[in-house]
Design a protein around this ligand. Structure first.
Ligand code: SF4
Ligand code: SF4
Length: 139
């Protein structure tokens, strides 16, 4: 069975921040849930950026569950591409990357890019002097 992966921002209303919503997504819809960034405090608005992985059907059901719970979400329709052939491994992009998706291998002095940690903030795109970081938009 083919699995799909989506990245999304979720906005929790204050009365939902202490509910086990993410747990239910995993348990009831068999989705893998990878939290990339979280700002959640009890009884305050919460924000979560995460990756969801599962069958297309389960992802759809999981998104419907979020809607039913009053959780708003926004699915990302873009990702960041690293054009390795243009990169000179100067490290400038690592200084602005807030999630450490970009880091330097200090032994080989080479850039590494961990896509799973990327928040798609696009700061590296602006920081790279050689246009080696790019935004890819898909529908
Ligand atoms: S700023 Fe550009 S050239 Fe420098 S390490 Fe990052 S991607 Fe490579
Ligand atoms: S888009 Fe943002 S989080 Fe992703 S690699 Fe670039 S600087 Fe890091």
């Amino acid at each position: 069975m083919q699995l799909q992966k989506i990245k999304l921002f979720m906005y929790f209303p204050p009365e939902k921040t202490d509910k086990p919503i993410t747990y239910r997504l995993v348990k009831d819809y068999d989705l893998m849930f990878n939290i990339l960034q979280a700002q959640i405090q009890p009884n305050k608005k919460g924000r979560l950026m995460a990756e969801l992985e599962g069958t297309a059907e389960n992802i759809e059901k999981g998104l419907q569950y979020l809607k039913d719970q009053g959780v708003q979400y926004r699915i990302f329709n873009k990702n960041i591409i690293w054009h390795e052939e243009k990169c000179v491994h100067c490290g400038a992009c690592t200084a602005v990357c807030p999630s450490r998706a970009l880091s330097m291998d200090r032994n080989e002095w080479k850039l590494t890019f961990d896509h799973s940690k990327c928040l798609i903030c696009e700061l590296c795109v602006k920081a790279c002097p050689l246009n080696a970081m790019d935004v890819n938009i898909f529908l």
